[in-house]
Every structure is written in structure tokens, then in C-alpha cells.
Design a protein around this ligand. Sequence first.
Ligand code: DLZ
Length: 162
Amino acid sequence: MASQNYTISENDITNLPSSKGMKFLIIQSKWNNHITDNLFQGTFDTLIENGVNSDDISSLHVPGSFELIYAANAAANKDVNAIICIGSVIKGETDHFNFICNSVSNGIKDLNIKLDIPVIFGVLTDNTEEQAIARSGGKLGNKGIEFAISAIQMAHLRNSLK
Ligand code: DLZ
């Protein structure tokens, strides 16, 4: 599978410009929190490893991934360089999975068009819990690392366009 060979975490992390002084907001969905806690940790640790001061990382919690959109929009007036939305949607027996995945991906896409702040789509959309575990600190790594790297890259891109 393509994602198994995607090594953004190893390749890009060494080439990132320093992020000292930058501010990041992480919004974490508590649904499937055994997954999102690990994603948060991977994100947080990677920001710190790249020079971000822990005082410059703020966080908010929302009940489920659907609420990430409201929170990111409402928080957009905060003094941050990028917002990282973290969630985990796992397919169940009903169509709810599709509604949530479509709403959240479209909602975050809309925020990126509307807002001046980059909003990172840090939402895992897995068919099984096993897949979610594998991507949140398991055998396929921790996608939180990639969310942080994307946020840093987009924060620098935004600065370069000002
Ligand atoms: C309702 C629901 C379901 C069934 N599954 C998930 C999920 O897998 N991941 C997730 O983040 N949230 C889920 N939710 C909750 C919705 O995101 C939302 O919180 C509720 O529908 C209330 O608006």
C-alpha cells in the first residue's frame, strides 16, 4: 500500500526550517480517544522536536470529529500560525461513517479556503480499529508526526506569502 512507503516523517523532518516562536493550536476529538490521544502525542512531540516552545502549543477538545469544524472556525481569531485538527473515524455498521468523513473533510477544506490560517486535516478515516491503531503509534507509525510536519510546512508557506 502506498502509505506504507510514504516516509514524510523521516525525510522531511530533517529539512524543516526552525519553528521557534511559531504558535500552533491542536484541536483533538475525544471520540476514539485511545487513538486520538496517541495522535496528539505524536503531533505535540514533533512540534517540540522542531523548536516550538511548549507554551506556544495550545489545545482544545471536542466531543467528536464533526465538531472539529466549529472549533477550528471559532478559534481562527487566535494568534496561531496553524491549526491542527485531530480525529479518528472508524467505520461502523451504518452510513454514519460516510456522513462524518464527508462533512469533516469538506468542512476543513472550506475553512482552508475561507480562513487565513492553514487548517491541517489530521483525521484518520479507517475501516477497522486495527487500522487506526496501526497508524497512531502502531506498526505503520504515528500519523501525528505527519500532521505536525504539514502544519510547520504550511505555517512557513503562509509566512513566505505575506
Ligand atoms: C456519532 C459518531 C460515530 C458513530 N462515530 C464517530 C467516529 O468514529 N469518530 C468520531 O470522531 N466521531 C464519531 N461520532 C460522533 C460525531 O463526530 C459527533 O460528535 C456527533 O454526531 C455529535 O455531533
